[in-house]
Structure formats: structure tokens, C-alpha cells
Design a binder for this molecule. Structure first.
Ligand code: DP6
Length: 394
């Protein structure tokens, strides 16, 4: 058995991808840009293995066997094998185990280091980890973001650390719709992230289904893709390069708001934000007004959780405000604030008065994850393998 084990990160977009021009190849109607989050707090870990003993392709996700029937998995596997075969024909893999590996079946085992129940998009980390591991196993070189994209659009951005853009491309075959690193994770070390995991029972329409209806029905989405995103991409890239937090933060909030406006403009409308999400938005603006400049920016994906971008020096102050407004439920054994450590402060008295916000009853937030911008996928030593010698989960 030949096996490779890797980890890959989650990414949170500041210019959002919403809408496909090709559903099968997963080609977007606009470019997007995200920060890759540190894998200390959030990552997927995947082992991929090939063996002449395996009788079919199999996959286990978070301890449960899942079908590989889904066309997205099929497309990824087909594309990996096609690229590996191309190398072999070119003579590079002759006489090596690559020739065997190509005719063998794969076993895939993947786990997340964070609860799936958190409602955090795990498909980006999962697909990017799968594609990265398969590419290492089959020794595929060159751009692999095109393959990850066919698993889940946003997954292509998780193949790099730092800030990453996904250029929409123009070609029908998608060969120019690839991810590219803008700056590494060391470029802006002061930038940190707080994920406010919002308690929520409701089932939401998934992003793929949601964006499909938006593309068909929202004129606002079309206008956004054609006229607004191209300008914003340029502006936010410059802001990131210059570490200009004011501009970065404003565009981030505006773009999140425009995604959710486009969802409301979809017919029938799609609403991902709940009351807690809206209270967070309101508080962020109040806090920034109180400070006289933008100190913190929110962004929301296809669900009610908030992701806050802020500088390290402001984390303690913002957490004090969040803790005051959204008190935790009495200790249930788990930590309320997880991840990077920061000194706990009480909320400033004059801020408390200026907010004019009556603290909500405890439990509107499940917990908070404190993290920072991080690196791209990593290869782990063979001791980390998730499969035993028979190719079954350990
Ligand atoms: C709101 O990448 O999950 O998070 O390509 O259909 O798998 P598919 O969609 P997905 O959509 C992510 C949408 C988003 C915005 C973003 O991450 O850019």
C-alpha cells in the first residue's frame, strides 16, 4: 500500500464567489479573494492510499463510510488519473510504482479538527486536502487548483496560504479559472480572525443550490459580477498589499452585504442571516463609530456565522464587547473562546453606554474561534496515516 497524509486549511472570502457560469466544471461568474486560516485551529486531514489489494474506490469522512458516487468526487478522481496518465505517457512514470498505482483503486479517509456541527464550511478544506494528497500520491505537478475547483469552487483557494485570489477566467474549458497566491501568510501577521459561531437550528439552502437560483433570477447579482467585483478585486488587492486595514475592512463588509443583498434579490429570496447575525453587524458599526475609525470588519457566508477580521491590538477590546453583548451559557465544560489566547478584559464603561445594547440572554453564540492567517496544505509524516495496513480507518 502506498499512502500520503496531508492537512489543508479553511478559507474565508472577503470578495465572495456566488454564481456559476458552468455547473459541471464549476466556473464562476466573478473572481473572488480570501484569506487562508491557520490550520492550528481549523483544518481537514486526509489520507489517500492505493493498493493492488483494494477492490474498489472507498471513502470515510469523519469516521463514516460515504459514497464516492457524487459527480464532484468522480470528476476529481478522473482528472487526477488523467493527469497522472499524461505524465506516464510522457515517460516520467515508467517502471515506477506510478504505473501500478494508476490501475489500482484508492481508499480515502478524512477528518476535520473542528466539529462539523459548528456549521463552518468544511467542503473547501476537505476538497483541497483530497486533491493535494492525491496530487502528492500520483506525483502530479503544475497547477492543481483547477482540479480542486471541480470538487468545490472555494476549495481552489485553500491550496495556498496567505491571501489568495481565484481568477474567474474566460475560457470555456476552465483552464484559466485558477487560484493564485497574492501574498504569503507572513505578509500581514497582525491580522487576526474571530469566528462567532451562531446558535441556529434552521436548515439553510446550501450554497450550490442557492447560487443556482440567484444566477437565474437576480439582476443585482449579474450587475455585481459584471460591474462591481472587478473594481473591488483591484481595490482590495492593493489594500492588502499596503496593509491598509481601513480600505480592506470597508470593502470586506460591503462585499458581504452585497452577497446577502443578492440573496434577498433572488426569487424566491434566500436569507442566511438571522437576528444574531444582524445584531453582530449592528454592533460592529457601533464599535467602529465609537472608535472613530474602522477597527473590525464582519463577513458572512451561506449561513448565520460571523467572521470578524481585525488587528491583533484590537482583539481584547472586541472580545470584551462581544462577551458583554452575547454572554456565554454557564460553563458546559467546553471553552467559550477557543484558539489563540488573549487577556480577558471587561468592556470599557463609556463603550457600554454608547452601545446602548441590552445584553442578550446567554447562548446566542455557541462559541468563538480566535485564529489568524495561515499557511497552505502540508504533507504529514507516515506516522500520521489515518488508514491501517489493510487500508481501513484506524
Ligand atoms: C458564500 O465553494 O461551497 O462561501 O462551488 O458549489 O461547492 P460550490 O460552492 P462553495 O461556495 C462558497 C460560497 C461562499 C463564498 C465564498 O467562499 O467565496
Amino acid at each position: 500500500m502506498d499512502a500520503v497524509t496531508c492537512t489543508a486549511p479553511v478559507n474565508i472570502a472577503v470578495i465572495k464567489y456566488w454564481g456559476k457560469r458552468d455547473e459541471a466544471l464549476i466556473l464562476p461568474i466573478n473572481s473572488s479573494l480570501s484569506a487562508t486560516l491557520s490550520q492550528e485551529q481549523l483544518c481537514a486531514k486526509t489520507t489517500v492510499a492505493v493498493s493492488g489489494q483494494f477492490t474498489r474506490d472507498r471513502m470515510w469522512l469523519n469516521g463514516k463510510e460515504e459514497s464516492l458516487e457524487n459527480p464532484r468526487y468522480q470528476n476529481v478522481l478522473r482528472e487526477i488519473r488523467r493527469r497522472a496518465r499524461k505524465r506516464k505517457i510522457a515517460g516520467e512514470g515508467k517502471g515506477t510504482s506510478l504505473s501500478d498505482a494508476l490501475s489500482w483503486h484508492v481508499h480515502i479517509c478524512s477528518v476535520n479538527n473542528f466539529p462539523t456541527a459548528a456549521g463552518l464550511a468544511s467542503s473547501a478544506a476537505g476538497f483541497s486536502c483530497l486533491v493535494y494528497s492525491l496530487a502528492k500520491l500520483f506525483r502530479i505537478e503544475g497547477d492543481i487548483s483547477e482540479i480542486a475547483r471541480q470538487g468545490s469552487g472555494s476549495a481552489c483557494r485553500s491550496l495556498y496560504g496567505g491571501f489568495v485570489s481565484w481568477n474567474m477566467g474566460e475560457k470555456d474549458d476552465g483552464t484559466d479559472s485558477v487560484a493564485e497566491q497574492l501574498v504569503t501568510e507572513n505578509h500581514w501577521p497582525e491580522l487576526q480572525i474571530l469566528i462567532l459561531v451562531v446558535s441556529d437550528q434552521k436548515k439553510h439552502i446550501g450554497s450550490s443550490a442557492g447560487m443556482g437560483v440567484s444566477v437565474k433570477t437576480s439582476e443585482l447579482l449579474r450587475y455585481r459580477a459584471e460591474h462591481i467585483v472587478p473594481r473591488r478585486m483591484k481595490e482590495i488587492e492593493t489594500a492588502i498589499q499596503n496593509k491598509d486595514f481601513q480600505t480592506f475592512a470597508k470593502i470586506t463588509m460591503q462585499d458581504s452585504n452585497q452577497l446577502h443583498a443578492s440573496c434577498l434579490d433572488t426569487y424566491p429570496p434566500i436569507i442566511y442571516l438571522n437576528d444574531t447575525s444582524k445584531q453582530i453587524m449592528h454592533l460592529v458599526h457601533k464599535y467602529n463609530d465609537f472608535c472613530g475609525e474602522i477597527k473590525v470588519a464582519y463577513t458572512f457566508d451561506a449561513g448565520p456565522n460571523a467572521c470578524l477580521y481585525l488587528l491583533e491590538e484590537d482583539v481584547a477590546g472586541v472580545l470584551a464587547m462581544v462577551n458583554h453583548c452575547f454572554p456565554p451559557i454557564e460553563q458546559n465544560g467546553d471553552q467559550y473562546i477557543r484558539g489563540l489566547q488573549v487577556e480577558e478584559l471587561p468592556i470599557q464603561k463609556d463603550l457600554k453606554e454608547s452601545l446602548g445594547f441590552t445584553p442578550l440572554s446567554p447562548g446566542a453564540l455557541k462559541y468563538i474561534i480566535h485564529t489568524k492567517v495561515g499557511a497552505g496544505p502540508q504533507v504529514l509524516p507516515s506516522t500520521e496515516c489515518l488508514l491501517d495496513e489493510n487500508g481501513l480507518p484506524k
